[in-house]
Design a protein around this ligand. Structure first.
Ligand code: GDP
Length: 531
């Protein structure tokens, strides 16, 4: 029992959020390197390449040089077990990314110091903010000619609405990047370019008034000191409660490719990021240290080998002690499951794969028993809440080229819908199925998979609809009866989603506003939580 408490306390589960090219892959690799989980840089990229080679439908990703599938990396650093969840990096990403963010306790925001806050970072950060996820900020690429650090700091505060607390401050940039001054330990860490060094041997110079620092780094040092004075006057002291509420973010500067500032990121994660906390279920709140296991499926990934129709359910452990081979119940339908082959993620300790605690991610291969949002327990009827489905931003019609294969199309779409690869809408009146996605790429992936995995050539054509909203009616507004009245009156543009939740589809947002004005008792939702 006390074992569980100490295991939970040493867990840190986080994701990196960034815009493509900010340096997420590089930093991920360096984090693994510094923690000792891998020995040589290049492994993460190599692993990505190997993964692509085995998968047919991922051909699309390969061609575009992006990664749609997320994965999990586990590393040990100091006395902590760190789980790093990968999020897709391309701007044409799917809802998967959002759902991954529901499974983490903190996020590391990587900013390219030259580009500042970029669109995808903004989008991902909004999701984190909505959930009050604590954010650490790493400003990368200081070895380049970049924006002035005060401007970067300003931009983050202004654009993302968070108070930034610089933990380190850069001395120079680009060719004249000399290192960072660490405000908390009152010392400067001197930068030497080079990919091979793994920390520990960095030169440090103590104090702000150190004559040697002033002599060696002249103008850049003077400027950094001036800026530090401004920063000291303008930014508040670090406040743990504000950080944990996602309102304040500690900021660190560095250069991932040069291994500079990486150890400090790991230290900050261990020291500041919270261990797993309580998780709300419909029935009650579940504490991570409870003895009985519980977990939630936040991601389903098709097997890399399209010849096998099995999939891997990614389960975030919420409580208890998971052991390989233990009996688990899927609370949605009461089915039992005894996962013996738990998928191994990149991890330095083999035995970690046999057991897991709150915060850890386990991968359970299955043939469709597990769906997104499913709760697994040792028997208790629990349903975790909070796994979001977003109203798609692009809608298409889908038809089968050969009408004799309509059944296969439906079967394929049902499975792909359950995986969360795409959202499928069945019109209440009419027969042409509709697909909804957050990014254009999702359609291509689905079309490709329908053909290779289900033998269906699908035609994906434009739709007259551009906006979808799920509709509900609370009991005090007339409940089911009022909802039925609404559905009947709008039947020609109503559809069921994959779990038979009703949704309205309209041509554009002006129409939606008119409908909303006409039906004040009905609630229109851009997001649906798995219930
Ligand atoms: P991702 O798309 O966010 O995963 O970005 P990558 O890690 O693939 O990096 C994008 C590019 O930036 C690559 O060419 C990296 O070598 C480069 N890069 C990453 N970190 C740094 C850095 O600290 N300094 C410089 N100059 N380049 C970097």
């Amino acid at each position: 029992m006390s074992d569980i408490v100490s295991e939970v306390r040493r867990r840190r589960t986080f994701a990196i959020i960034s815009h493509p090219d900010a340096g997420k892959t590089t930093l991920t690799e360096k984090l693994l390197l510094f923690s000792g989980a891998i020995n040589i840089a290049g492994s993460v990229k190599a692993r990505k390449a190997a993964r692509h080679a085995t998968s047919d439908w991922m051909e699309i990703e390969k061609q575009r040089g992006i990664s749609v599938a997320s994965s999990v990396m586990q590393m040990e650093y100091r006395d902590c077990v760190i789980n790093l969840l990968d999020t897709p990096g391309h701007q044409d990403f799917s809802e998967d990314t959002y759902r991954v963010l529901t499974a983490v306790d903190a996020a590391l925001m990587v900013i390219d110091a030259a580009n500042g806050v970029e669109p995808q970072t903004r989008r991902l950060l909004q999701v984190c903010r909505a959930r009050n996820t604590p954010i650490l900020t790493f400003v990368n690429k200081m070895d380049r000619e970049v924006q002035a650090p005060l401007d970067v700091m300003d931009e983050i505060e202004r654009e993302l609405g968070m108070t930034v607390v610089p933990f380190t401050w850069p001395v120079g940039m680009g060719k004249l990047f000399h290192g960072v001054y660490d405000r908390r330990s009152d010392q400067m860490r001197v930068f030497t370019p080079g990919e091979d060094r793994v920390g520990g041997d960095e030169e440090v110079l103590a104090g702000l008034d150190n004559p040697e620092t002033a002599r060696r780094f002249g103008l850049e040092w003077q400027q950094a000191r001036d800026e530090l004075e401004l920063v000291a006057g303008a930014s508040p002291a670090f406040d743990e409660a504000e950080f944990l509420a996602g309102k304040q973010t500690p900021m660190l500067f560095g250069s991932a490719i040069n291994n500079f500032g990486v150890r400090e990121v790991l230290d900050a994660l261990v020291d500041l990021a919270p261990p797993p906390g309580p998780k709300p279920a419909l029935q009650r709140v579940v504490e991570p240290t409870e003895p009985k296991f519980s977990g939630v499926v936040f991601k389903i990934q098709a097997n890399m080998d399209p010849a096998h129709r099995d999939r891997i359910a990614f389960v975030r452990c919420a409580s208890g002690h998971f052991q390989r081979g233990m009996k688990l119940k899927v609370t949605r339908n009461g089915k039992e499951l005894r996962p013996n082959t738990v998928v191994s993620f990149l991890s330095q300790r083999r035995e970690l794969l046999d057991e897991a605690f709150a915060g850890d991610i386990i991968g359970i291969p299955n043939h469709g028993v597990l769906q997104l949002g499913d709760t697994l327990t040792e028997g208790e009827a629990l349903q975790f809440t909070g796994l979001p489905f977003f109203a798609p931003e692009i809608i298409r019609n889908v038809e089968v080229a050969d009408p004799l294969r309509t059944k296969q199309l439906k079967a394929g779409l049902t499975q792909l819908g359950e995986e969360g690869a795409i959202q499928v809408f069945r019109p209440m009146a009419g027969s042409v199925l509709m697909l909804g996605a957050v990014g254009q790429l999702q359609f291509e992936v689905v079309q490709h998979r329908l053909e290779t995995e289900y033998g269906v050539k699908a035609r994906i054509t434009p739709s007259a609809y551009h906006v979808v909203r799920w509709v509900t009616c609370p009991p005090e507004n007339g409940g089911e009866q009022e909802l039925k009245r609404f559905i009947d009156a709008n039947l020609h543009r109503m559809a069921w989603d994959a779990v038979d939740a009703p949704a309205i589809l309209v041509d554009h947002s002006a129409t939606l506003r008119a409908v909303e004005a006409n039906w004040p008792k009905i609630q229109f939702h851009a997001m649906r939580e798995h219930a």
